[in-house]
Design a protein around this ligand. Structure first.
Ligand SMILES: [Zn+2]
Length: 415
């Protein structure tokens, strides 16, 4: 194989992944629009035509904007790689004559800063035009930028030392560097998962322990019934940023937390909150979290082994627009190019995720009343303006959760 083969191969995948995503979004837009005029029969007595049409318009607007973003990011990726952007950045940093590790960190920082700045207009538009128009946005401009600054500082404090360590392992070039990088990356991710609920999340939101006695009682009963111990149930002030509602589990080991957005607690009845929580517990009890961590670990091990195999092939760098190979360029190219190829695995991961959602729903149906989860879901679909009529192919490709009608029919059967 030659550099030219790599270049043609990359362009082929770039166009193929772009075309596929474009086609899927077009399908989604057309499908949602063609079902806009009437509420699906199964929801006719549950959701108003007005809410249904708002969900359709919201879905279409976001998908159209997504197409613009996709086109832009594809062009930018081409410019960084075969357009010579990375090589130009590397050449500029090399003039400072720092050590290879420091040069690598500066190149990665430069890339992240430029990418971050290019993303700002898109994030601004999404938040202050789209979310605003549909009544979901609660952010002010100053909060938007404060969040961004906080995220950047956290990323620098945590990311740079870790990056330094990884680049040091790569530079040291023991034959097993990729195993060491994998081990440290895995340990680092676990540490972050453990630290996140108690240390990082509170930098952005306020978490108040759930006090309401009746609900608290209901929840402790459920936890006890399911044999689950956690570090508490918290309400998060999600309404500070958006009126979208959610519930989630975070952390692991002795640092597990159950978090409800205040928006969710305010719109659901106690029985419904209990059912949503039972669904989340189902993910834990059916070992979905462990399976997800294991999948992530195996994928990254495979990825790093592949990187170790490719790292000495200078024609690959050249085919991707980098004329001066180095260990940090290998890492950067790997991070940039992998998504163009791995997107084709998306349907597989979505399928797996939907299977887990069904299992968690089954768990909820066994431990609470399935009808409560159904009414909770209908409320959540309505309040978040999630479409009830996604395109089947789009949904199979992207959706981590089964489409609303399928999911509710499944619950109704097990209830
Ligand atoms: Zn779930």
């Amino acid at each position: 194989m030659s550099a030219l083969d790599i270049q043609y191969g990359f362009i082929f995948f770039l166009i193929a992944s772009y075309t596929l995503q474009f086609w899927l979004s077009r399908r989604q837009i057309q499908h949602v629009l063609s079902h806009r005029s009437a509420v699906p029969e199964a929801f006719a007595d549950k959701i108003s035509l007005e809410a249904h049409q708002k969900a359709a318009d919201y879905t279409v607007t976001r998908n159209k904007f997504g197409l613009l973003e996709l086109s832009f990011s594809t062009i930018i990726l081409a410019l960084w790689t075969i357009g010579g952007g990375l090589q130009f950045l590397d050449d500029s940093v090399r003039t400072f004559n720092y050590s290879p590790i420091v040069t690598g960190i500066m190149v990665i920082l430069g890339l992240s800063i430029v990418s971050g700045i290019l993303d700002i207009p898109f994030n601004l538009y999404r938040t202050f035009v789209i979310e605003e128009k549909f009544g979901f946005n609660r952010l002010t401009l100053s909060m938007f930028f404060t969040d961004m600054i906080k995220q950047t500082i956290i990323m620098l404090i945590i990311g740079i030392p870790f990056l330094y360590f990884v680049l040091w392992l790569m530079d040291d070039a023991s034959p097993y560097w990729w195993l060491y990088v994998w081990g440290s990356w895995f340990g680092f991710s676990m540490l972050m998962m453990w630290l996140y609920p108690a240390v990082i999340a509170p930098i952005f939101n306020k978490f108040t322990p759930l006090e309401e006695p009746e609900l608290k009682n209901k929840i402790s009963n459920l936890l006890e019934r399911c044999g689950f111990t956690s570090n508490g149930v918290f309400i998060m002030d999600g309404s500070k940023r958006s009126s979208h509602g959610n519930a989630y589990f975070t952390g692991f080991g002795n640092n597990k937390r159950i978090v409800f957005f205040d928006t969710l607690v305010n719109s659901l009845k106690h029985d419904e909150i209990e059912a949503v929580l039972a669904h989340e517990l189902g993910h834990f009890k059916r070992n979905h979290i462990k399976k997800r961590i294991l999948t992530m670990a195996l994928m990254s091990l495979g990825g790093l082994a592949l990187l170790a195999w490719l790292i000495d092939q200078s024609f690959i760098y050249e085919g991707l627009g980098v004329t001066e190979p180095s260990f940090y360029m290998a890492l950067i190219l790997f991070m940039l190019v992998t998504p163009v190829i791995s997107i084709f695995l998306n349907p597989l991961f979505s399928l797996l995720s939907r299977k887990h959602e069904f299992e968690a729903d089954d768990f909820a149906a066994q431990n609470t009343d399935a009808n409560n989860l159904i009414t909770a879901l209908v409320k959540l679909y309505e309040e978040n303006s999630n479409t009830l009529t996604p395109d089947p192919i789009y949904s199979a490709f992207y959706d981590s959760h089964p489409p609303a009608p399928v999911r509710i029919a499944h619950l109704a059967k097990s209830g």
